[in-house]
Ligand binder design. Structure first.
Ligand code: MG
Length: 258
């Protein structure tokens, strides 16, 4: 059964405990619309300002993305913590604190990106993110098996791990980091945590919330509806919102003192 649209009661529980609560959000498809050229994605109007405002009331506000933090930094103030490449890159209070095991893999990633550009399936788009690579078949769904085969082949050859993502496959260093580990790091000492995401890459964050809930933390898993939504994320969510516009409305209603 899929989750129902979010209701005021869900939100009120967070508003009243803002001082001990964290609001964590995904970027693509959550704060930003999904765009054909990923380099053109940007937060929906008002979203970054709302996160700043929430960061003054809530104990912690963070954006958790598969993108490098360098992409995210220009959009957000230092009040908002940033976790990039699924937790391998972190910016806290404006300071970069990357995963200690990440650096050694940059060269491998560069090599696999180069060979994928030179010899990968025709039509596959290669997006190198420094510490991970995304191999896209966006707009070409029939390319999926070829891109999958290429991603799996190069994962095996390079020691990187292959993960499915939205109309793409991603290759990551074999470091135990995902949005779940990133969330657990950020959630340290919080008594309530809300996470908003739209995609299979957000499922580890939902898993992490389930772990926190088992330890008595109040949690809220919010899934974002979209044209390409994953049934899994909707099934796992406590509540849903409609697209990034719905996320902005949710952030507005999370403002304490409303
Ligand atoms: Mg997303």
């Amino acid at each position: 059964m899929s989750a129902e649209p979010i209701v005021e009661a869900d939100i009120e529980l967070f508003r009243k405990d803002a001082g001990v609560a964290g609001i964590f959000v995904d970027f693509d498809g959550t704060l930003s619309e999904i765009v054909k050229d990923p380099s053109e994605a940007m937060p929906r109007a008002g979203a970054a300002e709302l996160l700043d405002e929430l960061a003054t009331a809530y104990k912690k506000v963070a954006v958790l993305s598969g993108r490098p933090v360098d992409f995210l930094v220009p959009f957000f103030s230092e009040l908002v913590e940033l976790s990039g490449i699924y937790g391998l890159e972190v910016v806290e209070h404006g300071n970069r604190v990357d995963h200690p095991m990440g650096g050694a893999w940059r060269e491998v990633i560069d090599d696999v990106a180069a060979v994928s550009r030179a010899r990968g399936p025709a039509g596959m788009r290669v997006e190198s993110k420094g510490l991970s690579i995304t191999l896209h078949y966006r707009g070409r769904p029939r390319l999926e098996p070829k891109v999958r085969a290429w991603a799996e082949q190069w994962a095996t050859r390079s020691g990187l791990l292959c993960r499915p993502a939205r109309m793409s496959f991603e290759l990551h260093p074999p470091i135990p980091a995902d949005k779940g580990t990133a969330l657990l790091d950020l959630a340290d000492a919080l008594e309530a945590v809300c996470y908003v995401g739209d995609d299979v890459g957000d499922l580890p964050a939902f898993d992490a919330l389930d772990k926190l809930a088992a330890d008595g933390v109040r949690t809220l898993k919010v899934a974002v509806h979209s044209d390409e939504e994953s049934p899994e994320i909707l099934q796992r969510a406590d509540a849903t919102v409609n697209g990034p516009a719905g996320v902005v409305k949710l952030l507005e209603s999370l403002r304490p003192g409303r």
